[in-house]
Every structure is written in C-alpha cells, then in structure tokens.
Design a protein. Structure first.
Length: 168
C-alpha cells in the first residue's frame, strides 16, 4: 500500500526549477518602462502551459517584481490575496496597504489581503526585488477575480471567451 501511495505522489508531482533568480531579476530590471507599468518576471511552470489555469502551480501565480529607484506602482486593489517575500531591499522601497506604510527590507514578509488598496513606491538608490505569490488561479476558478484602478473595477471572469467588464 505504501508503495502505491508514494508512486502516485511521485507521478502527480510537477515541479520547475528557476536556477538563477538574481540573473532573472537583472534582466527584468533592464525592461524599458515606456511600454510597461511594472517590471514582473512570471515564474510559469512549463508543465501547465496548455492548462487554462497555467501558472506556477494550479492554484498560485508567483512572480519576481523589480522596482527601481524613483519608480512607483499606482494605487490599486484586487480580489487576489498577495504575499510578498522581499529578496532585495533596504526599507527605502515599500508597499502601502490601506494607508499603512510597509517598508520592504530583505527577508521581510508582507501580506496584502484581497480587496485592500495598495501601492508600491521606491525612494532609495538601489533596486528592490520581491517575490509575489497570488491566489490568481483560485480566484479565476471561483469567478471572483476583480481589479480596481482609478475607481473603476475590471472583472476578469472564468473562461477564455468571457469578456472583461468595466464597472464604473
């Protein structure tokens, strides 16, 4: 019985290894911001590429995000719950969650509950890098994935053919 269990677990296991996140963060940091709002490297598991729920796992999306000195991400909120593990940071970059500043220092862990207004900003002189993990796949599956920017809510409902609605 134990052999069948371990064999099934081994067969179900799908993993991907990103060997050099620092090199990846450097590549992301070189992104031209004229055509992008943020510098994000999506850590997508190649085993799920054909799945409608592609991501790092079937329930989570994990990204490396880079914020360079003087940059910011505008205030927004989404139904997704987010956790951020800070890889590089000296506290001069931060996330403000519902008006509460959270300086980001390497080794810190910052939680952003779903539907809380938040923004990211950087006043320092070295890049800040963090790992974002969001329950995007779960929210898509539950048809609860929404994003608010500039007081408009954009609904991303389940399914590739479902249109995106903007609610004023």
């Amino acid at each position: 019985m134990a052999d069948k269990f371990h064999t099934a677990m081994d067969e179900a296991s799908v993993s991907a290894l990103w060997e050099s996140p620092n090199a990846d963060a450097t590549q992301v940091a070189e992104t031209d911001m004229d055509n992008a709002e943020r510098r994000v490297l999506i850590l997508e598991n190649p085993a799920y590429k054909e799945s409608p729920r592609s991501g790092t796992t079937l329930n989570m999306v994990v990204n490396l995000q880079v914020l360079m000195p003087g940059e910011s991400a505008r205030p927004h909120r989404h139904r997704l719950n987010a956790l951020r593990f800070i890889i590089e940071g000296d506290g001069t970059a931060g996330t403000t969650v519902d008006g509460i500043p959270c300086p980001m220092v390497a080794g810190d862990f910052v939680l952003t509950p779903g539907w809380c207004w938040h923004e990211h900003s950087h006043e320092g002189n070295k890049r800040a890098v963090w790992l974002d993990a969001l329950d995007a796949q779960l929210q898509r599956h539950l048809c609860t994935n929404e994003l608010s920017l500039d007081h408009q809510t954009i609904c991303h409902h389940h399914g590739p053919k479902t249109p995106i609605r903007v609610l004023a």
